[in-house]
Design a protein around this ligand. Structure first.
Ligand code: PLP
Length: 373
């Protein structure tokens, strides 16, 4: 009979779970615990829509009861806004849940999940969680290289993740490149196009992801309420694709995965497209001003990479290092994202904040770069 008190015997995690490094969230305090202005998690500096805040405050239902398991009103709202059939929309507890479910539904031990180097860090976790092998294609100047991705496809590839725009690089590929990537993949490979920052792309520019999701059987597009809608704390994402793909995700998602308040808050947020437009305009203007200020700094090896998202990745190749800039900005009251854990020790990712914050940061970086020896 086993000794039930023998603590040397423990449940054994799966080997593939042991290989996972937990997701590192953006910080909001310095090493000394001091609260800092948080530009490390790509949250919306304008907050959330007043309509969403009001809907969240008004008791949206009886909290002793489960929410609508299918988020019907919210899915109808999304269907109307985006011109999609409602049965092709599935909700997730953040788009994170959907990325994980997509990998889990279509890949497992012995299979490969492919994405580009410097892709969103959750892809590695999503692949390993289901026992699949993550395969990382080389980047092209920090951005997506379609040829490199296609060259990494093997007979074991089951899922390809593409963040467009990508986090943490801000890089983006246009419609023709996305179409070329899709056309180069076997039809039994699922292409997940992660558009967490899709609404930040200039109006009129379109990578064609929704069209591919509507017209083909192997493309899933994910979106989120965490970024431009300013509802990161509510944890709401959604995906669209072929009905059979949506069906698979519905089978394995949490049955009540969007809370009562989450459903009504997000629905109200959808109805305030003026807030979305204001957030997009603010981001385009402030990102352009910030990038211009960095480029005007002169030859200090401080290079902002082209970004289509609500952040800028800055490469430091001069005397001022990314680590020193990160620590210096912290002294100035700002927490940004230094990325040694993602193979980018020379880079800092800075979320676009308010105009005053971006002026302050550009001035601090200039001062640090000029003073660096
Ligand atoms: C590219 C990308 N995809 C997905 C997500 C997940 O967002 P959420 O789970 O809040 O919807 C993020 C969040 O930072 C992201 O950057």
């Amino acid at each position: 009979m086993a000794d039930v008190h023998d603590i040397s015997v423990r449940p054994r995690p799966k080997d593939w779970i042991l290989g996972i490094h937990a997701y590192v969230p953006g910080k909001s305090t310095g090493a000394d615990g001091r609260a800092l202005i948080k530009l490390s998690a790509n949250e919306n500096p304008l907050g959330s829509s007043p309509l969403a805040i009001a809907a969240r405050g008004a008791a949206a239902g009886d909290p002793s009861r489960y929410p609508d398991p299918d988020s019907n009103a919210l899915r109808h709202g999304l269907a109307t806004l985006h011109g999609l059939p409602v049965d092709r929309i599935v909700m997730g507890t953040g788009s994170d849940e959907l990325l994980n479910l997509a990998a889990q539904a279509f890949a497992g031990p012995g299979d490969e999940v492919l994405y580009v180097r410097f892709g969103f860090s959750v892809y590695d976790i999503a692949a390993r969680r289901c026992g699949a092998t993550p395969v990382v294609a080389p980047d092209r100047d920090f951005g997506t290289d379609v040829d490199a991705l296609l060259a990494c496809v093997t007979e074991r590839t089951r899922v390809v993740f593409l963040a467009n725009p990508n986090n943490p690089t801000g890089s983006y590929i246009g419609r023709a490149e996305v179409a070329r990537l899709h056309a180069g993949l076997r039809p039994d490979i699922l292409l997940v196009i992660d558009q967490a920052y899709g609404e930040y792309v200039e109006q009129g520019e379109d990578d064609g992801a929704f069209d591919l999701a509507a017209e083909t059987a192997n493309v899933l597009v994910t979106r989120t309420f965490s970024k431009i809608y300013g509802l990161a704390g509510e944890r709401i994402g959604w995906a669209t694709g072929d009905a059979a793909l949506v069906d698979m995700l519905n089978r394995i998602r949490g049955p009540f995965n969007i809370s009562l308040t989450g459903q009504s808050t997000a629905l109200a947020a959808l109805q305030d497209q003026a807030f979305v437009a204001a957030s997009r305009d603010h981001n385009l203007a402030e990102r352009a001003r910030f990038v211009a200020a960095l480029n005007a700094m002169g030859n200090h090896g401080v290079r902002p990479l082209p970004s289509k998202a609500n952040f800028v990745l800055i490469e430091f190749s001069g005397k001022l290092t990314a680590e020193a800039a990160y620590l210096g900005l912290m002294d100035n009251g700002y927490i940004t994202r230094w990325l040694p854990g993602q193979g980018l020790p020379q880079c800092l990712r800075i979320t676009i904040g308010t105009a005053a914050q971006m002026d302050d940061i550009a001035a601090a970086l200039r001062q640090m770069a000029e003073a660096a020896k």
